[in-house]
Write a protein that binds this ligand. Structure first.
Ligand code: IDP
Ligand code: MG
Length: 140
């Protein structure tokens, strides 16, 4: 059984097209509670640091351009076994492979512009949450 927090980003394509509310509603419906949240526009440095594990991959430059292209919502979400449960809710990285009813199936427009981020491990969830939020900005 995993830990009880995960970290998420509602990506620029989804914010730009008014999907923030519907995506938050799906998170709420699935039982995730918001522990911290804010709207920010990532700097190039922040985006490169956040996605540093993908540096050198063919999609890296495009991913950074996309992630800094407009404001995003960053958030810490609380749920039992949060990382795994949230990855189920968002679906596969490639929306063409995502299950019906998942957030990416509904709101992604491409592999790159796939609407949301979700941490892939408890360790990364903690690291990503700490990257954006101080202790006093987190609740629950
Ligand atoms: P994840 O977001 O499902 O964990 P990762 O493999 O960690 O997927 O990739 C991080 C992000 O990089 C993806 O969410 C997507 O926005 C982008 N990405 C991943 N693979 C590709 C690709 O092949 N082409 C374009 N963008 C990609
Ligand atoms: Mg990932």
């Amino acid at each position: 059984m995993g830990g009880n927090i995960t970290f998420s980003i509602i990506k620029p394509n989804a914010v730009r097209t008014g999907k923030t509310g519907p995506i938050l509603a799906m998170m709420n419906e699935a039982g995730f509670e918001i522990s911290a949240m804010k709207m920010v526009r990532l700097t190039t440095n922040q985006a490169e640091s956040f996605y540093s594990v993908h540096k050198g991959k063919p999609f890296f430059e495009g991913l950074i351009e996309f992630m800094i292209s407009g404001p995003v919502f960053v958030m810490v979400l609380k749920h039992e076994n949060a990382v795994e449960e949230f990855r189920k809710l968002i679906g596969a990285t490639d929306p063409a492979k995502a299950e019906p009813g998942t957030i990416r199936k509904m709101f992604a427009v491409s592999v790159q512009m796939n609407a949301v981020h979700g941490s892939d491990s408890d360790e990364n969830a903690a690291r990503e949450a700490d990257f954006f939020f101080t202790a006093s900005e987190r609740f629950l």
